[in-house]
Design a protein around this ligand. Structure first.
Ligand code: CP
Ligand code: NVA
Length: 306
């Protein structure tokens, strides 16, 4: 049966560990995998802009001996020019996998249901699983392990935050989050994360207080205050989120040497200051690089079997 990557919720701890182990080998022995996806093609359907996701998946396929085919929002016009199920069934006759970046999460679910090839969520309004897997791998790489470490997220309880809490709660990584009132994480996501944390031993803290959340953090993570599709709310959000900026003062609440993470793109001067994102403890470009390696592992796992 084909396997999709729609949400980290659907991955087992073992599957995540296997992705990380393969990522490590891909980083060490790149040439060994140069033919792993020879003759395979991946369609990339993007309804929103992208730098990292588009380029890392395209280059990832190239480095594995396969082909990435990018289609912007005008081309496919998902659900308008053609029903999602028809797009899924057509592309399944041509390619070996599909990455979708979209608005409603239900679009990824429907594409995965209708396609006979694996579907990978390249970001929806609800989640960004490839990002969180790359980030957790980066934390493991930098700190040696996830279990018992504390990741603090400050800002909007958005798609990236939802995927991070899933990954952290599954992998025994403590997760603190501070958001303004009304911008909390998705309730169903929190409910599931609590269940996963019960199994892994991860401690979760959900608060409105960024200083409290950052206390004893090994990693501080933030993301934009207005995500793609929320541009009209940007001015309003700037006022609401002003006390949630990751600046030097907030970072001083955390452990000395605390890592700084951001999925990028960053709005410098808003959710994070130049001083912090450019500091010696910032690993934002290592995170960006690891998207490539982790996604190559995901591609091999999902598209690799004959
Ligand atoms: N972090 C991330 O997904 O970046 P892009 O939007 O540039 O793909
Ligand atoms: N939360 C951001 C993440 C971008 C990678 C957005 O959805 O725009």
């Amino acid at each position: 049966m084909k396997k999709d990557l729609v949400s980290i919720k659907d991955l087992s701890v073992k599957e995540i560990e296997e992705i990380f182990a393969l990522t490590e080998d891909l980083k060490k022995n790149k040439e060994k995998y140069a033919q792993s996806l020879k003759g395979k093609a991946l369609a990339l359907i993007f309804q929103k802009p992208s730098n990292r996701t588009k380029v890392s998946f395209s280059v990832g396929m190239f480095q594995l001996g396969g082909l990435g085919i990018y289609m912007g929002s005008e081309e496919i016009n998902l659900g308008v020019r053609e029903a999602i199920s028809d797009v899924a069934k057509t592309l399944s006759r041509y390619v070996d996998g599909i990455v979708l970046r979209t608005f409603g999460h239900e679009n990824v679910v429907e594409l995965a249901r209708s396609a006979s090839v694996p579907v990978i969520n390249g970001l929806s309004d609800l989640s960004h699983p490839c990002q969180a897997l790359g980030d957790a791998y980066t934390i493991k790489e930098k700190l040696g392990s996830l279990e018992g470490k504390t990741l603090t997220y400050v800002g909007d309880g958005n798609n990236v935050a939802n995927s991070l809490i899933y990954c952290a709660s599954k992998m025994g990584l403590n997760f603190n989050i501070a958001t303004p009132k009304g911008y909390e994480l998705d309730k169903d996501v929190v409910q599931s994360a609590k269940e996963f944390a019960g199994l892994s031993g991860a401690k979760l803290m959900i608060t409105l207080d960024p200083r409290k959340a950052c206390k004893a953090a090994d990693v501080i993570y933030t993301d934009v205050w207005a995500s793609m599709g929320q541009e009209k709310e940007a001015q309003k959000r700037k006022k609401i989120f002003k006390d949630y900026q990751v600046n030097k003062k907030l970072v001083s609440c955390a452990k000395a040497g605390c890592l700084i993470m951001h999925c990028l793109p960053a709005h410098r001067g808003q959710e994070i200051t130049d001083e912090v994102i450019d500091s010696a403890n910032s690993v934002v470009f290592d995170q960006a690089e690891n998207r490539l390696h982790v996604q190559k592992a995901i591609l091999i796992k999902l598209l690799g079997q004959a």
